[in-house]
Ligand binder design. Structure first.
Ligand code: PEP
Ligand code: CO
Length: 457
């Protein structure tokens, strides 16, 4: 291996790299970006790492979620608070069912860079066939299908950083000022469970759980102000795919009294399924930073590949450092996951396992819309839990693409979204997300399964 430094990634091959047209503008942008105050601090990063270390041992559970592609336009108070609200509500449901502290991590405040299967997009227009660079997220280019929008623009990194900062500023205020309505689950939008096509058993269970939650929270309120205060000040961490290494390396700094440099754009960066090659740029960059690092693990990943990346990123086997995010897909998970879990367990290396039940389950509806089914997502989680049980490993968290809005992007769930409904409010800039109701229902179902598992042990 080469000697690591924040730009050593430029000396090895890169996947999903883009070429900026104007080197001078790129250099000036990166110089400015590197001077700006950080979005996160090393103390917060270390605190998250210690919580992830506890999740590795089954003493906490991680809830990571947010948009597939956050956009600059998403930097609006209602959208940000709706995302926070659904994450907090889901986390309360999970606290209630697992009796474990939940680590809340948003895919937000910087989730602006998207890997793409195709570098180019071809569309039929009035002028005939037009071929333009694909949309790689608002950190690289813009989504409109015009040559100007699709050109890679380095100044978007500065704009993106500023929007991430404004988003995080609001998130921090909300997390510290408290969401009063969190204490009153009866006000949550649970009415749809009344009307949805559900078995009586499931409906009763939802009602019982939300009544229980209400009682538990009122009990804590009645205990006095300290409890209320603690409840309304929650920890909240950010994460994003560290795809744009120009952006990430500009905010990679050595901070006083610490040896290893920190990435200060986010608490938890992750390496995507398409960029986790051992000898390529993304692993090279992320092996040098102190932050915990996520790695997506798809169905073709071998034990050898995964162990290679884990050792490169965490040579000292530090606890809480590596988060393996499995996204096998519902049709593979029963056969592919257990051997991976066993291979990693046998190595003795410390990792936190999380399931992303979204990215292996994307398909096109009859009318050609990209979607995911609630049942597939739920089954991938259930079968992932089965695989962990069989392998003697611990599932320490879940990773969802979801939103606080009432969108129609994934089918199914108690709200009964069908393929015909998808075009009603299909708003994602990239992959289909669970909407508010589907996300909350998913948390109830996951909580029910985990509680049943705990009761058996
Ligand atoms: C994502 O999480 O948005 C993503 C692109 O995932 P993956 O790398 O697992 O395909
Ligand atoms: Co996605």
């Amino acid at each position: 291996m080469t000697q690591w430094h924040p730009l050593s990634w430029r000396d090895v091959p890169i996947k999903q790299g883009v070429t900026y047209p104007d080197q001078e503008v790129l250099d000036a942008t990166l110089a400015r970006l590197g001077q700006l105050p950080p979005l996160v601090t090393s103390w917060e990063v270390e605190r998250l790492k210690s919580q992830l270390a506890e999740a590795q041992e089954g003493r906490r559970f991680v809830l990571q979620g947010g948009d597939c592609a956050e956009t600059l336009d998403d930097c609006q108070p209602q959208l940000i608070s709706a995302k926070m609200k659904i994450l907090l509500q889901m986390s309360l449901v999970l606290v209630h069912s697992t009796m474990k502290p939940i680590v809340r991590i948003g895919r937000m405040a910087g989730q602006y860079a998207k890997p793409r299967s195709q570098a180019w997009e071809v569309r039929q227009t009035a002028d005939g066939e037009v071929k333009l660079p694909n949309y790689f997220g608002d950190l690289f280019n813009r989504s409109d299908f015009t040559p100007e929008s699709r050109a890679f623009d380095p100044t978007l990194m500065l704009t993106g950083y500023q929007h991430a900062s404004m988003t995080l500023n609001f998130v921090r205020s909300l997390a510290h000022a408290g969401f009063a309505d969190l204490h009153h689950p009866e006000q949550w939008d649970l009415d749809f469970f009344q009307n949805a096509v559900l078995s009586d058993e499931l409906r009763d269970e939802y009602q019982r759980s939300s009544a229980d939650l209400s009682r538990a929270l009122r009990f804590m309120e009645a205990m006095g102000e300290v409890a209320v205060d603690d409840l309304s000040r929650v920890d909240f961490y950010t994460s994003h795919e560290g795809l744009n290494l120009h952006y990430e390396s500009a905010q990679c700094h050595t901070v006083p009294r610490r040896q290893t440099p920190y990435l200060l754009t986010t608490h938890l960066p992750w390496i995507g399924e398409r960029t986790r090659q051992l000898d390529h740029a993304h692993v090279e960059f992320f092996r040098g930073i102190a932050n915990p690092v996520g790695v997506k693990v798809g169905p073709t990943a071998t034990v050898e590949e995964v162990l290679g990346v884990v050792k490169a990123l965490n040579p000292r086997d530090e606890p809480g450092k590596i988060v393996l995010i499995t996204r096998q897909g519902v049709s593979n998970v029963k056969t592919t996951l257990q051997p991976l879990l066993e291979g990693v367990r046998k190595s003795g290396l410390r990792v936190l396992w999380i399931v992303d039940p979204m990215h292996g389950n994307t398909f096109k509806s009859g009318s050609g819309i990209k979607t995911r089914s609630f049942d597939d997502i739920q089954n991938e989680i259930a079968w992932t839990l089965d695989a962990h049980e069989a392998a003697g490993t611990i599932l320490g968290g879940v990773h969802f693409e979801m939103t606080g809005e009432d969108v129609t992007e994934c089918t199914g769930g108690a709200a009964g979204i069908t393929e015909d409904d998808l075009s009603l409010n299909y708003a994602t800039a990239c992959d289909p997300r669970l909407n508010y109701r589907q996300a909350l229902e998913m948390a109830f179902l996951l909580g029910r399964r985990m509680r049943a598992d705990q009761a058996r042990q």
